[in-house]
Design a protein around this ligand. Structure first.
Ligand code: GP9
Ligand code: MN
Length: 625
């Protein structure tokens, strides 16, 4: 019948592969589908990819065509099968480094047998059929095309793929640039495109690594020695020795909500109270780029800058780092992260291993159901609540981080959870922001109560910081209405301040610290508080408690803030008045900022920490080889 319909073999093979892949994406992998658009993209993508790949057959002579179609079909089946087996083991997709890594292979080998199911054989059913048809048909399923038809076939198939990519980009802006999550990539563009993307990213990284020049490390070390002040006369040195460190990364909480009201109601009553009994840094800036939360984590754990393109967790998650978790492990600490999202989001599962975390409590450690889900996932209250059982049985002292999720764009919160009313402006985002921030404030309060009840509170130091902005520049008009002023580029920079609260139970000297500071400063601060000297390390931040002002807080695009000036959009502003001043005031700092960002990038692109001779690095290197 196929012969009678003159359906070419390459199209039969493409449709069969597309259909098979769709069934697996939709019903076997656990990919979360949230709306009809996602549903549609998931349906289109396997067919679009398959048609493009198989349509190349049209360019070939019949005999080669058959061969090409047969082996492409077989390769496709193997690719699906391998990912399926891997997914059953790791709930993740294969990455190039994961197949190149001996360790994973060994892990996989042991459990492969149990991960292969008898019905996996059906993955090869269409391939068998294609082999059969190719053999049986007498060139009545493979045709020789004229130049014009060849062009038309290729153009048509590529436009299908383009449609898929455009839809994916609409659904998830900057999908390729930011990387996000393997699950996102697979559900938007399919396994084949994902593997091509993964191969490109990893080869780029690999080439830069191979070309690395280890001697650059000493140049950077020299720069840091001469420019980044690591001395501190802080009285807090050693105050955290043997105490637990609990970080709370508060999703999208900006500093402007602190001590402010909306519709006459306090937005963050708990944090407002807490800062009276804590160190509160009110000129603390986030420094993230496209990797958002993951960039903030990278800054906090490494005191390095995130990258100009994409999420550093995604592109360089397997580098050698001197992450705080790894350092504190060597001092008897148990390190962990709590975040109730998919473990592969931002490539956390991989990056956390490089940072040296002992344990990652990702989504699968939590009971997430319809009742306790808000917006992106498990509600912050349920998240803290369910975390307590793990925290209580954790070996002490511990170094841990809780990453909240409810206050995430688009800030959707059912009225029954909202304690305050929305704002009233032309921006739905800003309007909805206030009740969700309040929700997170309440969740943190509840967590403090739980800590007190469990007896952990007294032995812990709690550090709360906002991970990045929540309201982007697109909402400046509404923001201006709320703050009662017109938002200038200077104000936009000032709005990048996020709260930083360091709460030390039983401590007296609490105060507001107005110094200009940034996320890059947390690593040296925490290590100093723990009394850990880490002399060999390269950090671009300073101890927040040092009395000297910082040289600058640099943003990823080269903008910066100093005690006196704010530099943005090629303009220098006086930091106090917000008035424009002569550019020459900012000029000297401008060059230093660019130089420093560039040094930090080199460390990451060329994976230079591999060449450092700290004990933990050499041990790690051996393990990786
Ligand atoms: C995702 C959560 C939010 O796991 O950390 O990420 P964001 O979009 O803020 O970077
Ligand atoms: Mn975030």
């Amino acid at each position: 019948m196929l012969q009678r319909l003159r359906i070419p073999l390459f199209l039969v093979a493409a449709l069969l592969f597309g259909f098979k892949a769709y069934i697996i994406y939709r019903f076997v992998f656990d990919l979360s589908i949230e709306n009809t658009m996602q549903e549609m993209i998931l349906f289109i993508n396997p067919f679009a990819t398959a048609i493009v790949l198989f349509s190349f057959a049209a360019l070939m002579k019949p005999k080669r065509q058959k061969k090409y179609i047969k082996y492409l079909s077989l390769s496709g089946a193997i690719l699906l099968f391998a990912n399926l087996v891997y997914y059953r083991n790791f709930t993740d997709f294969i990455t190039l480094p994961s197949i190149l890594q001996f360790k994973n292979f060994a892990d996989l080998g042991a459990s492969t047998a149990s991960s292969v199911k008898i019905w996996d054989i059906f993955l090869f059913a269409d391939t068998l059929l294609i082999f059969y048809l190719a053999r049986k048909s007498n060139n009545d399923l493979v045709f020789t095309y004229k130049r014009k038809s060849k062009l038309a076939i290729i153009a048509l198939s590529f436009s299908l793929l383009l449609t898929n990519f455009v839809l994916a980009e609409i659904e998830r802006p900057m999908l390729f640039k930011r990387g996000f999550d393997r699950e996102y990539l697979v559900k938007n563009v399919g396994l084949v495109s994902y593997h091509i993307y993964d191969a490109i990213i990893n080869s780029k990284t690999k080439v830069q690594k191979v070309m690395a020049d280890g001697s650059k490390l000493s140049e950077i070390e020299k720069y840091v020695d001469q420019n980044v002040d690591d001395t501190t006369s802080s009285d807090l040195r050693g105050i955290a020795k043997d105490k637990n460190i609990i970080y709370i990364s508060a999703e999208s909480v900006q500093n402007f909500v602190i001590n402010r009201k909306v519709n006459g109601e306090e937005i963050t009553p708990f944090l407002n109270d807490l800062i009276k009994d804590s160190y509160y840094f009110n000129n603390f800036y986030h420094q993230v780029n496209l990797g958002r939360t993951s960039d903030s984590e990278f800054l906090v754990e490494n005191s390095l800058y995130p990258l100009p393109n994409g999420s550093v967790f995604f592109t360089h998650g397997q580098n050698e780092y001197n992450g705080v978790p790894e350092i504190v492990n060597e001092h008897g600490y148990y390190s962990s992260v709590f975040h109730a999202n998919n473990k592969s989001f931002w490539n956390r599962d991989v990056a956390y291993e490089s940072l040296g975390y002992d344990q990652f409590y990702s989504q699968r450690y939590f009971n997430v159901n319809e009742e306790n889900t808000i917006g992106w996932g498990l509600s912050d209250k349920a998240f803290f609540d369910q975390s307590m059982k793990y925290l209580k049985s954790m070996p002490q002292p511990f170094y841990t981080k809780f990453i909240t999720l409810t206050n995430h764009h688009p800030y959707e919160l059912d009225e029954k959870y909202a304690s305050i009313d929305q704002f009233d402006s032309n921006s739905k985002t800003l309007n909805q922001y206030f009740p969700t921030v309040r929700y997170t404030d309440e969740a943190i309060e509840q967590f403090f109560n739980n800590l007190k009840e469990s007896g952990l509170y007294e032995d812990s130091i709690i550090i709360i910081y906002g991970d990045h902005f929540g309201i982007s520049e697109n909402h400046n008009k509404a923001m201006g209405q709320y703050l009662n002023k017109e938002i200038t580029p200077y104000d936009t920079v000032q709005l990048q301040r996020v709260p930083l609260i360091i709460h030390i139970p039983g401590h007296e000297d609490d105060r507001v610290i107005e110094k200009v500071t940034g996320q890059i400063d947390l690593k040296p601060t925490v290590l100093n508080m723990m009394g850990i000297k880490n002399e060999e390390d390269i950090m671009f931040g300073n101890d927040l408690f040092a009395d000297k002002p910082k040289r600058f807080v640099a943003f990823r695009d080269g903008d910066f803030v100093t005690e006196d000036y704010v530099y943005t959009k090629n303009t220098c502003y006086d930091r106090e008045s917000g008035e424009e001043v002569d550019g020459s005031f900012c000029e000297p700092t401008k060059d230093q900022v660019l130089k420093e960002l560039n040094y930090s990038d080199q460390l990451i692109y060329e994976d230079l920490f591999r060449f450092q001779n700290t004990d933990s690095n050499s041990a790690d290197k051996e393990n990786k080889e």
